[in-house]
Design a protein around this ligand. Structure first.
Ligand code: SAM
Length: 236
């Protein structure tokens, strides 16, 4: 009887794991179609490397239990404290636009659930991520550790000021809407580095901006359509 119960448990676990793999693959298929329609990237497609990272990270482990049935839907979901886990397409797009390389060191502002940090961690050498809400920062830290992401370092703080100690960064990903591009983040970007950031008002859509810092320190800005993010808060 005990053996039968064990077998049933193993089978049901395997079925559940497979269920998530299948829905995650459906999400990837949807992202590819979405990318073609949206034409946000120059090539109108997401790279294989980014799609592989999106297909590896277990989004269902990043959401509250109440959101589990929706974990692989292409939309933001509530994670508590008035915050959200970002829409998978936007996570993929922002990741694509910073052109991640295996030896890159990336700064993320707004750890939230840890999802974007995990996707980046699949592609780059190290991710530093800052979260301003203590409960989310603590939860994401433990979650990322338990998922084996030992190339992500998180901390509680106001990301407006960046993380000087680990600068300069090859890329910076800001996942909350800012009224302007924080000057400390521009300073902490390497020459040749890229920053992706939603800029605009708090209660409306924002514009996704890609900033490139040239080798002589000049900033070139490109726009990538309208997005809607929760605001960058803090005392700055
Ligand atoms: N990257 C997150 C993810 O993948 O789940 C998305 C998080 S949500 C859209 C934005 C996050 O930015 C929230 O968790 C919010 O608390 C955080 N945030 C807002 N202002 C911040 C600031 N000044 N410094 C750091 N984090 C901030």
């Amino acid at each position: 009887m005990k053996i039968l119960t064990c077998l049933l448990l193993i089978v049901s676990f395997a079925v559940q794991a497979d269920d998530y793999a299948a829905v995650r693959q459906s999400m990837i298929d949807e992202l590819q179609v979405y990318a073609k329609l949206a034409r946000d990237t120059d090539a109108s497609r997401l790279s294989d490397a980014v799609l592989r990272a999106m297909n590896t990270v277990e989004r269902h482990r990043m959401v509250p239990a109440s959101q589990l049935p929706f974990a692989y839907e292409n939309r933001p979901l509530p994670i508590g404290h008035g915050q959200t886990i970002s829409q998978p397409y936007i996570v993929a797009l922002m990741t694509e636009l910073i052109e991640p390389d295996a030896d890159d060191v990336v700064l993320e502002i707004g750890t939230g659930s840890g999802y974007q940090a995990a996707v980046l961690a699949e592609l780059v050498e190290h991710v530093y991520s800052i979260e301003i809400i203590e409960a989310l920062a603590t939860q994401a830290k433990h979650r990322l550790e338990s998922m084996g992401y030992d190339n992500v370092t998180t901390r509680l703080g106001d990301g407006y000021f960046g993380w000087d100690e680990h600068a300069p960064f090859d890329a910076i990903v800001v996942t909350a809407a800012a009224s302007h591009v924080p000057p400390p983040l521009i300073e902490q970007l390497k020459p040749g580095g890229l920053m992706i950031i939603p800029v605009g008002g708090r209660f409306m859509t924002q514009t996704l901006l890609l900033l490139e810092k040239t080798d002589d320190g000049e900033i070139i800005t490109r726009q990538y359509g309208a997005v809607r993010f929760v605001p960058l808060t803090g005392k700055h």
